[in-house]
Design a protein around this ligand. Structure first.
Ligand code: AQP
Length: 347
């Protein structure tokens, strides 16, 4: 029986992003990717582009390929350092799909059915039209995470339910077979867990549900994004105060402002006392332009050298595969699969 893999020297952190849009939106960045860059200092970081998740809905192959490289470039432009972090494509590490199968066999049908993201995403065309891949997405996501035995998974609030399923599956496996998986903890910052749509602040900013004026695409020309901020929906009344229930629009602008400028909400509330919504929106538009301009320039510069991006992804997938293959070997052993080695040498 193989020995269990030794625990890593530094606790790990892992997360992923789908290459399903031409640009990250501000919700992706403030809700998730910003934390990735911060956590890489103290943890052993693994960050991947979820290209296998991207095909759970129909995706044009040429566009998917472009978006995958674009996502890698944006991660680096956002401060994820390829020297420290393994940045890789999910499809380059086949262990993700292999572990997903084992986890699917541990998941109850009813349990999978309760996942709200499947309900939301399949609602439009009806459940019958949704792919089985969309249904089993949370088990692939559980595999993505558990392979690396991370301590933290930095995500936005919308992923909390999937994280809970991941923990349930890890516990079930550990209990049924032998302790194999670390129970990962969600790393969700309360203040920025849900960045809202600029036009319908009751909803999250989302690439599939937001209108073009409700979403800030980080690679759009900065002047266009500034315009969207200036025409963001606010609330009746005039007071600039953080109150998500009564003032979701203004609260969202304060959250974005605070995250990008590195200033507390209380400080901003004080600064804007007695001033109007127009002042807040105008200043935030300037802060946003200052932030997205270098991000966009750096992304475009990285995209000019696709060979270097591919080299970074190759290096990342090697580092990821080294960890993932050890975990999968433990899992295969524990579920009772006969190892390949002796069969091969007998040939
Ligand atoms: N509005 C948001 N606020 C905070 N965090 C967010 N995230 C997404 N939207 C917000 C977080 O971004 C990370 C990467 O997201 P993803 O690309 O894997 O997929 P997603 O959650 O499906 O992103 P979208 O825009 O919401 O896509 P659709 O519209 O297709 O559902 C995740 O950590 C996510 O929590």
């Amino acid at each position: 029986m193989p020995e269990s893999s030794p625990p890593p020297a530094r606790p790990r952190v892992l997360s992923g992003i789908q290459p399903t849009a031409d640009s990250f939106h501000l919700g992706n960045y403030i809700g998730a990717v910003r934390q990735w860059a911060a956590l890489q200092e103290d943890f052993e970081p693994f960050f991947f582009i979820a290209d296998m998740h991207a095909i759970t809905v129909e995706a044009d192959p040429k566009v998917l390929r472009e978006r995958s490289r674009k996502s890698a470039a944006q991660l680096i432009a956002a401060g994820v350092d390829p020297q420290r972090a393994a940045i890789f494509l999910q499809s380059h590490v086949p262990e993700h799909a292999q572990l997903a199968w084992v986890l699917m066999c541990l998941t109850g049908f009813g349990e999978a059915r309760r996942m709200t993201q499947f309900k939301d995403k399949s609602a439009k065309g009806g459940e019958g039209a949704a792919s089985v891949g969309l249904f089993t997405y949370p088990m692939l996501m559980a595999a993505d995470i558990l392979l690396y035995r991370p301590q933290y998974v930095p995500v936005g609030e919308d992923q909390r339910q999937h994280l809970e399923l991941t923990r349930d599956l890890a516990q079930r496996f550990n209990h049924r077979y032998k302790r194999t998986f670390r129970l990962p903890e969600p790393y969700i910052l309360k203040e920025t867990a849900k960045i809202r749509d600029l036009q319908s602040p009751d909803n999250k900013m989302s690439k599939s549900a937001s209108s073009p004026t409700g979403i800030i695409e980080m690679l759009d020309p900065p002047s266009q994004s500034a315009k969207k901020v200036r025409s963001a929906v606010t609330d009746s009344g005039t007071e600039i105060r953080f109150d998500e229930a009564a003032k979701p629009g203004v609260s969202n602008l304060l959250t974005i402002y605070s995250a990008l400028a590195g200033r507390s909400i209380e400080e901003l509330e004080k600064d804007y006392q007695g001033r109007g919504y127009g002042d807040l929106k105008g200043d935030l538009a300037d802060v946003l332009v200052d932030f997205v301009t270098p991000f966009r320039d750096r992304t475009l510069e990285l995209l000019d050298d696709p060979a270097e991006l591919d080299r970074i992804l190759e290096d990342g997938s090697e580092r990821a595969a080294a960890v993932a293959s050890r975990t999968l070997a433990d899992v295969y052993d524990r579920v009772g699969f006969v190892p390949r080695g002796p069969v091969r040498s007998a040939r």
